[in-house]
Design a protein around this ligand. Structure first.
Ligand SMILES: Nc1ncnc2c1ncn2[C@@H]1O[C@H](COP(=O)(O)OP(=O)(O)OP(=O)(O)O)[C@@H](O)[C@H]1O
Ligand SMILES: [Mg+2]
Length: 336
């Protein structure tokens, strides 16, 4: 297995054999929105606007960036919860971009999601054993007494008592509910789990426990994670590789250790300037000009130029490609 990061801009070719667990190639997702409820005029929200990214088996690839930059949309595209407008999705070397019906249902055995909100993502009227065992029922793996026993073992694996199986979601704290959400996600032994802000709705005091549970499960089962967070400390704790997103595109992609030691893209530099460095101390704080632009009106050229402290006139003209700067490090800025 190679841990090489492949990021080839918008090219749409199939990944090589012996390939990553997940490969995204030139993915695009635009959402049409009406200007107002009185008007028929529509705009498109460029939520994901040409993203290529690989997740190697058993590794954690982080998606980080400000609210609205497209992290959740990309995570949902990756596991076919929503359909892309363009681009390709490959899972274990096989194209899954347009799978439907029974084939798509079987794909769910291999890829799952943990949601941000452990309150709304669990059906309040279902017992925990039926929540975590739903996949077993659907796929004919277990039912009745066997399902119940399996559910108890699974709940103990994620750090809950076996008798949690008979209870309902409201009987648990936020951290416990997220353990239930994780149990549901791993119930079918997936090779890929998308974790979308899995701890951001939780108290800081329980965040580390949930993150450590995710890491333990990865060590035991070799799960690959596509890990979404806007919290850089969480990303630093969890990820092997980090993709920094800005307005629907990846602006920097690098092994986590390299990225946190020396961020290259001006956007990444500004994000990290707020964070204490690994050896203590702080970088010089870089405060960005203005607000993040609307993904409806993406600036021309480099989409970051309106807020960039290094911006040059040429940045308004041409959109920079995500290019490999040195081994495994990709940056979408010619001046970085
Ligand atoms: N179903 C939808 N219809 C219209 N617009 C959408 C839809 N889903 C997402 N968007 C828009 O697409 C953009 C990207 O949203 P997304 O949820 O992927 O961002 P995010 O990076 O996950 O943000 P956050 O950190 O707040 O979770 C946003 O502008 C959002 O409003
Ligand atoms: Mg999100």
């Amino acid at each position: 297995m190679t841990a090489r990061i492949v990021a080839d801009g918008n090219r749409r070719e199939e990944p090589a054999q012996g390939a990553p667990l997940l490969s995204l190639r030139g993915l695009v997702k635009h959402f049409p929105v009406r200007r107002s409820f009185l008007s028929n005029e529509t705009f498109s929200v460029k939520a994901v606007d040409g993203v290529s990214l690989d997740v190697p088996p058993g590794k954690t690839v982080g998606l980080v960036g400000e609210s609205g930059c497209g992290k959740t949309t990309l995570g949902r595209l990756a596991i076919r919860l929503i359909d892309p407008d363009a681009g390709g999705i490959f899972f274990e070397g096989r194209e899954i971009t347009t799978l439907a019906g029974e084939e798509l249902r079987r794909l769910r055995l291999g890829m799952q999601i943990v949601f941000q909100d452990p309150y709304s993502s669990l059906n309040p009227r279902m017992r925990i054993r039926d929540i975590v065992g739903e996949g077993w029922l659907v796929h004919g793996i277990a039912k009745g007494k066997a399902l119940r026993e399996r559910a108890e073992r699974l709940l103990m694996r994620v750090g809950l008592p076996a008798d949690a199986a008979d209870k309902y979601p409201h009987e648990f704290s936020g951290g416990q509910r997220q353990r239930i959400g994780i149990a549901r996600a791993i119930s079918l032994s997936p090779r890929l789990v998308v974790a979308d802000e899995p701890v951001s709705a939780l108290d800081v005091s329980v965040q580390a426990q949930i993150l450590n549970l995710l890491r333990d499960l990865q060590d035991e089962d070799g799960i690959g994670y596509l890990f979404v967070s806007h919290d850089l400390r969480v990303i630093r704790h969890m990820c092997d590789i980090v993709a920094v997103m800005y307005l629907g595109v990846i602006v920097e992609l690098a092994p986590a250790a390299d990225l946190f030691r020396e961020p290259l893209h001006p956007y990444t530099r500004s994000l990290l300037s707020a964070l204490p460095m690994a050896g203590g101390g702080r970088r010089e704080q870089i405060v960005l000009a203005g607000e993040i632009p609307s993904p409806i009106h993406v600036p021309p050229g480099c989409r970051f130029h309106t807020r960039c402290f290094m911006s040059k006139p040429s940045c308004r003209e041409q959109e920079p490609a995500l290019e490999e700067r040195c081994a495994g490090r990709f940056v979408a800025c010619p001046y970085a």
